[in-house]
Design a binder for this molecule. Structure first.
Ligand code: V47
Length: 356
């Protein structure tokens, strides 16, 4: 342990061997070091954006056991939005001032790759300045499995049609044994990383997630972070890391207890410390609740995602996030916590510092 504490005190890179010992430290020791790192990078700033999440279909060819969003016997509510219906949602949200649409779909084999990618062309033609964050690596892999569209072709068309950045979904847990148990058949870890590397090679940025609090153990989480750290050393293309707290309702995993607050805060703090080359750690309030996400800002996180407006994936699993949060509530909550709300764009350029 002394070697680990020394590495933390030196504020240099935590070696791979020592990283596996981080969960043995108590929460407040982790918080001390993670908060210091966060403060050096971002002071008291808490970043958020004004965005709208859209999930155009929940009909899925894959059968991930952790997922409550896809239509199945526990959530028998299949839907598929037409391009016109998606546009109507975008029109309304743009009218309310959103600056980003975050679009993630299930893997619907009865559509076409043109249905998937055409969404972006349609939106960009009408709203050239709206940032489109869309297509998880899992979706890109699905287009290859279903319609033989290579990763390169998908990425070329995404760029041509106006996708600005890629979200971090589909990463789950990279460990192959856990992956085989929770999302067999979906994008492999190697291909998830390969797709992001390809995207970065085009000068584009993306995020990375980790779904935790199900059947994985702490070593699997560290392994996940280290694989991301290695790719980030190569490409520098990841903006934010987002540990997603698994929501247990309506899933097919036999687990009764979700990660508790201590586990969540430890994971946030550890990710801040291990991912020394990723600028932002997002406490995604949809999976941990806004109050804990605010506390997480003292444990290494510096971002909350955004106002979201409507959330379908985590709320299907039991999260109390379905309706999003109003902008003024968002700002007030951050200020009441003694922090400085900063509206950012999707690539973390500052738009407005909201003084109290
Ligand atoms: O990949 C599915 C996760 C992800 C559940 O890039 C669940 O800024 C919790 O990736 N409980 C999609 N999580 C969402 C996502 C995301 C969210 C916010 C910001 C960004 C970003 C990306 O949701 C999936 C999966 O890991 N998920 N089911 C569940 N029951």
């Amino acid at each position: 342990m002394t070697k680990l504490i020394k590495e933390l005190e030196n504020e240099g890179r935590i070696s791979e061997d020592e990283a596996y010992k981080l969960y043995d430290l108590d929460l407040f020791t982790l918080a001390k070091f993670a908060h210091k790192k966060r403060s050096t990078l971002h002071g008291k700033k808490v970043y958020f954006n004004i965005n709208r999440h859209i999930n155009p279909t929940n009909i899925c060819a894959d059968t991930c056991k952790f997922c409550a969003f896809s239509a199945h016997r526990k959530n028998p509510n299949p839907y598929l939005m037409s391009h016109g219906e998606i546009m109507a949602v975008v029109d309304e949200a743009v009218g309310r001032g959103i600056k980003e649409v975050h679009i993630v779909s299930a893997h619907n084999k009865d559509t076409s790759w043109q249905w998937y990618l055409g969404i972006f062309k349609m939106i960009k033609q009408k709203y050239p300045h709206l940032h489109i964050k869309a297509m998880t690596a899992a979706e890109i892999d699905f287009l290859k499995r279903r319609w033989k569209l290579s990763y390169e072709e998908s990425i070329e068309r995404m760029i041509e049609y106006g996708v600005d950045s890629m979200p971090g979904g589909g990463a789950e847990i990279f460990d192959e044994e856990i992956r085989a148990k929770i999302c067999k058949g979906k994008v492999s870890s190697q291909n998830w990383l390969k797709i992001h590397e390809l995207w970065h090679s085009k000068g584009r940025q993306s995020n990375a997630t980790m779904l935790f609090g199900h059947i994985e153990n702490k070593a699997h989480r560290i392994d996940h972070m280290l694989r991301l750290r290695a790719l980030q050393d190569k490409t520098g293309g990841f903006n934010a890391f987002i540990p997603l707290v698994w929501q247990k309702d309506n899933s097919f995993l036999p687990i009764k207890q979700q990660a508790d607050s201590e586990e969540i805060l430890k994971t946030i703090a550890i990710s801040r410390l291990v991912l020394d080359n990723v600028p932002h750690i997002k406490a995604y309030w949809a999976t941990m609740g806004i109050n804990l996400a605010l506390v997480a800002q003292e444990f290494g996180a510096n971002d909350l995602d955004g106002t979201i407006e409507k959330e379908s994936i985590q709320s299907a699993g039991g999260a109390k996030s379905a309706k999003g949060l109003a902008l003024n509530t968002f700002i007030e909550l951050i200020q009441t916590a003694g922090l400085v709300p900063v509206e950012r764009d999707s690539l973390y350029n500052e738009i407005k510092i909201c003084a109290s």
